[in-house]
Design a protein around this ligand. Structure first.
Ligand code: SF4
Length: 455
């Protein structure tokens, strides 16, 4: 094959999938491939799928069918073909159909990290299959400064909780943690490469455990590493949060923001969901965080319309959301997953009711976001600038507040990218129209443009 090889990626689902795609894309790019759009002609298309909801299944199937169509409409000369590799959680749940589908190569989750070797071999005419790839869920290369200002480190995979609505333990396997030494090494490499924000990711990271190191100890060791960076925890289950974890946020490198999964505010429904905490315990954690750190930013996930959810159960969720004051609530109407306990539960809720409840939660989430932004007006924050466009620098502060900062001189735009700016958040005008999807970006004024030296 002549010229530069091309590869296109599509990612569905969670941040962990996004991390894995980014890591694969880095590997292809560093090996000389050009990354093109999924609608372009490419030598290879890689689709990293999701199965967390029925919608995830549908979107994954559509992405695969669409890509097959694109490939078939752009044939190569006889004897050569464009390769379509599908991987991710939908591949696990639809394995029987996909493994025999000759139009694609299906790669299981635990062999995803070997896709580069598989593609190289196939494009060179060697017919190796996924069976010949080694197993491993942490053997991704270190991210380069390619896709995002934030770099993710995968510290954990799989889950042992078996919540009654969730298919993840079946498609990602049992919980497994990456060795501490590897994580610290990757952190140092990322900081040396210039990343200023590191995000910890995995399926259920609060259950991290390697030898005698638990999650809080791992984070303490990461915070002790030198360099001018901050650490953000992505999504967390509330079941193993203790005082030691809460005290981690005293550290100046720790971003005061948590996406703490709630799912329901009703004790009865939490029990039915087989969640490992009560609503009362959840409140104890959020109260502890907010009393110690009043500006702490809490966001969450919530499932509405779980089987048997009564009006009172739903009201309990609304009450808890209002009391905590989340700045963002990601809502899912419950969707029946094949192979889960909840699939067989009585009291399945009508779609119209789920839709109405989801709308109510989204409105509450918007009110919480607006209130949080208003509370943050006048505060000093440290924004990490992601891009500069038309004299405005865009980024996120340590509390995960999206900001827009006017910059006088566009010529130093590239200098500002991936730099910390100390800013003061401007008073927030209440929008005239409600846009539930708006991130309500705040304007901010630079209070000190000189980046702080490495600590
Ligand atoms: S904690 Fe529950 S919802 Fe989260 S991945 Fe594990 S089983 Fe699924």
């Amino acid at each position: 094959m002549n010229g530069t090889r091309t590869v296109a990626f599509q990612t569905l689902g969670c941040k962990l999938n996004q991390f894995e795609t980014d890591a694969l894309a880095t590997r292809f790019r560093d090996s000389g491939y050009a990354i093109v759009e999924p609608t372009d002609e490419a030598d290879c298309y890689i689709i990293n799928t999701c199965t967390v909801t029925n919608k995830g299944d549908r979107k994954s199937r559509n992405a695969i069918n669409r890509t097959i169509r694109i490939r078939d409409e752009n044939p190569l000369p006889a004897g050569r073909n464009r390769l379509i590799v599908v991987t991710g959680c939908y591949v696990e749940s639809a394995w029987d159909a996909l493994k025999t589908d000759t139009r694609v190569v299906a790669v299981p989750n635990d062999k995803k990290q070997g896709i580069f070797e598989l593609v190289e071999a196939r494009l060179n005419g060697e017919l190796i299959g996924p069976n010949e790839l080694p197993r491993g869920v942490f053997d991704y290369g270190v991210q380069s400064q390619l896709f995002h200002t934030r770099a993710m480190i995968k510290i954990q995979d799989g889950c042992d909780n078996f919540c009654s609505f969730c298919i993840i333990p079946a498609v990602r396997g049992r919980a497994t943690s990456r060795p501490v030494v590897d994580i610290l090494q990757e952190l140092r490499t990322l900081v040396d490469r210039g990343f200023r924000e590191i995000v910890l990711t995995g399926v259920n990271i609060s259950r991290y455990s390697d030898s005698h190191t638990g999650f809080s100890e791992l984070v303490e060791q990461m915070l002790a590493q030198p360099g001018d960076f901050r650490l953000r925890i992505s999504s967390l289950e509330p079941d193993s949060i203790d005082d030691r974890f809460i005290a981690l946020f005293d550290h100046p490198k720790m971003a005061p923001h948590l996406h703490l999964c709630l799912q329901s505010g009703s004790e009865r429904i939490l029990l039915q969901m087989r969640r490992q905490y009560t609503a009362k315990e959840y409140r104890r954690i959020t109260d502890a965080l907010l009393s110690r750190y009043p500006d702490f930013n809490l966001t969450t996930d919530c499932i509405v319309g779980f089987p048997g959810e009564s009006d009172e159960d739903f009201q309990a969720t609304c009450d808890l959301i209002r009391q905590v004051g989340f700045s963002h609530v990601h809502t899912f109407p419950y969707s029946r997953r094949r192979g889960t306990r909840a699939e067989r539960m009585p009291g399945q809720i009508a779609e119209a009711v789920k839709k109405e409840r989801a709308k109510r939660i989204r409105e509450l989430g918007y009110e919480g976001k607006l209130a949080y932004r208003q509370r943050m007006a006048g505060k000093q924050q440290r924004a990490l600038i992601e891009k500069v466009e038309n004299g405005v620098a865009y980024g996120y502060t340590e509390n995960y507040v999206p900001v827009a900062v006017a910059v006088e001189d566009d010529s130093n735009a590239t200098d500002l990218q991936n730099r910390f700016l100390d800013v003061r958040l401007e008073p927030f005008d209440t929008p005239h129209t409600i846009n539930l999807d708006s991130d309500l970006r705040m304007t901010a004024r630079v209070s000190n443009q000189v980046p702080t030296p490495a600590s």
